[in-house]
Design a protein around this ligand. Structure first.
Ligand SMILES: *Cc1c(COP(=O)(O)O)cnc(C)c1O
Length: 373
């Protein structure tokens, strides 16, 4: 496929994945763990030996993501956390990592524990102080998340890259490669929980890393670690992911439109104190988001309802279309009362995190109006 082909075309065609053997216009699912050799003991397919390293289904999904990111190489992992762990396992004993604070709680919790065990100096710093800390610190790794979950803080990727010599890794789960191509803004590695918007149907757990340079030392270590330590996505999950990504640009476009309209509506509602959404001009990260997000601001927003915990839980309980469940980026809208999940991390008791799906926006607004009513 030629280089100027646009994301919607790459995705719809699954980056050219077909089934040469049957002539099928979609790829076959190949679950075999091992691959044949012929009479002279040559591999029937030289690139297929054993499925911990070799799977056409995984390669097909990786190729779609690699092209969407504009990356040199892309690796899938069996979860977003496995992808993050693969990055942090490259850190030498005694080195320093700078990690944005107030990000996805699972990331923070795991990194704290890991860095302590490895004697890695962990500097956690808020989105607003990242640049100064990067300039003042000789770190091996800088890890940021934009837009962040659940505060929706936006970090200027280019400014952060310019402020550090360290490997810059960006968790862009809430943006997806459709809204932000992080490598174009100077990130060395971009990470996503593909469980969220990339798969978008709440039925696959997966993570992904893509690199700007496949010769980078850190990337070499990640490549070897994935193969040898075996954090591999299964072929069926990869096949489902390839299928789901055909509609990724469509889904992201509709979800972003819906989220923008809902955010604006809720911001003007008498029973709402505030709305965090990067697409609102009142949001502190709006200017940055506008610079580095194209085609929308994503499906994730947080709503501060008037009152306290009881009021937030009452609203959440009255919603009929927004399912009460964790996670985000699926075609069905979800709400979560984050304070119930992580009461110790300073999340406001009246905050409701919202993942907006592809439903009819009039229905979604009516649901919130009756719940806030
Ligand atoms: C969900 C999520 C993760 C973790 O991904 P899993 O696929 O659940 O392991 C990491 N970062 C962000 C921003 C997430 O939303």
């Amino acid at each position: 496929m030629d280089k100027n082909i646009k994301p919607a075309t790459i995705a719809a065609h699954a980056a050219g994945a077909l089934d040469a053997q049957s002539g099928g216009v979609v790829p076959a699912l190949q679950p075999s763990t091992t691959y044949l050799r012929d009479e002279s003991y040559d591999l029937v397919r030289p690139d297929n030996i054993y499925s911990r390293a070799d799977s056409d289904n995984v390669r097909q999904a990786e190729e779609v993501l690699r092209r969407l990111e504009g990356a040199e190489e892309t690796f899938l992992f069996p979860s977003g956390m496995a992808a993050i762990a693969a990055v942090f396992r490259t850190l030498p004993h005694g080195s320093t990592a700078i990690v944005q604070s107030g990000i996805y709680w699972g990331t923070t919790a795991w990194i704290r524990d890991f860095c302590e065990r490895r004697a890695i100096t962990l500097i956690e710093v808020g989105a607003d102080d990242l640049r100064a800390t990067c300039q003042a610190t000789d770190a091996a790794l800088v890890f940021i998340e934009t837009p962040s979950n659940p505060w929706l803080k936006t970090v200027d990727i280019r400014a952060t890259a310019d402020a550090t010599e360290a490997t810059l890794v960006v968790d862009a789960t809430a943006a997806t490669p459709i809204l932000t191509r992080c490598l174009d803004f100077g990130a060395d590695i971009v990470m996503h929980s593909a469980t969220k918007g990339i798969n978008g149907h709440s039925d696959v757990l997966a993570g992904v890393l893509s690199t700007r340079s496949k010769d980078a030392k850190t990337w070499d270590m990640i490549r070897a670690d994935r193969k040898m330590a075996g954090a591999i996505l299964g072929p069926f999950e990869a096949w489902l992911l390839t299928r789901a990504m055909r509609t990724l640009p469509l889904r992201v476009e509709r979800m972003s439109q819906n989220a923008q309209v809902l955010a604006e509506h809720l911001l003007g509602h008498a029973m709402v104190d505030n709305v965090f959404y990067p697409g609102l001009p009142s949001h502190p990260g709006f200017a940055t988001a506008k610079r580095q997000m194209a085609g929308g601001y994503g499906s994730l927003l947080s709503v501060l309802v008037k009152g306290g915990k009881e009021d937030a839980l009452r609203v959440v309980g009255k919603l009929k279309l927004f399912l009460r469940a964790t996670s985000l980026g699926g075609v069905e809208s979800l709400v979560e009362h984050r304070h119930t999940i992580e009461p110790h991390t300073g999340i406001p008791e009246n905050l409701i995190r919202v993942s907006v799906g592809i439903e009819d926006i009039g229905d979604l607004i009516a649901d919130w109006d009756q719940a806030l009513g």
